[in-house]
Design a protein around this ligand. Sequence first.
Ligand code: PEP
Ligand code: MN
Length: 355
Amino acid sequence: MRFKPFSEWGLPLSDRGLMLIAGPCAAESEAQVLETARGVKACGVSLFRAGVWKPRTRPGTFEGFGEKAFEWLVKARSETGLRFAVEIANGRHVKTALEHGVDVLWVGARTTVTPFAVQEIADALRGTDIPVLVKNPVNPDIELWTGAIERLANAGLTRLAAVLRGVSGLEAGHYRNAPDWPLALELKQRFPTLPFICDPSHIAGDTKYIREISQQALNLDFEGLMVETHFDPENAMSDKRQQLTPQQLRELLAELVVKSHDDTASEGVQKALAAARCEIDQADMTLLATLARRMEMSRRIGELKKSANLTVLQSSRWEQVLGRAIENGRRIGLSEEFVRDIFNRIHIESITQQQ
Ligand code: PEP
Ligand code: MN
């Protein structure tokens, strides 16, 4: 599948080539939309975002103003020139949003998990070529995310992008959602031409962490950011702790460092990189040969156990092996978590080989 790069979306990109999307979690009033749109326009963003229908996990909380909010968004667009994006979760949302001249749509994390809803959205979009952003599903399921992209692409859409907004169900530490970078990297492998952006706001859950997450996304070559921004976050009707003010957004954008690709480096740096990569390739070969030798020995032990009628799994022996590996690893600068992960995986393979 081929997807159009951001440079062919017809939206302005930042001077560093990024797709920058900003705006409030939800459109709350004409004044809030106008004030926030003016603020983010002055930061030079590509697109304004605002939730019109809010998918809330629990009922009885603010669910957005619905259709009425389009009036405010259209007004903000004519005043500032900023095009706007809203979230859609079903065919009726798509129809209403298109009738009001929406510029870009996004599928939220609670919708990407539902193939029926995604298919309904795709059917409602057939024949348009509107840009659609697809957030990762709330749970770290690569197939659901892949399937959502495929359903929309099969409906003829060519301007699609993936948005990493983090997942629940994995250890998130002090963040609201675990970023799960590997999930995005896996999707990128499946769709090499699909543009990727990061939503640091829903990963962080708190403005404190937005900068570190955004920088990490740029280091991993994400091509844009979607950052919740509100002119008065303290009085926001949803997600108040994670919304930046336009002033904070401006500071964030000034602080972020956009790294270049290898091919822009000097000849000296490129040569040094090539040499280091050669060494890595060598080390990988040695690593594989060592693993193969280790499995060969496991099988030999398996034979011995079998002929002596012993159990395959001997927990106390394994605890010794793991404890020693962690200790030795620590001495040569490998973290306990890393050694534990690798050795547990090796142990599983050893047991399989011994059976
Ligand atoms: C949002 O962008 O406001 C939103 C509801 O996001 P998500 O679907 O990522 O939770
Ligand atoms: Mn939100």
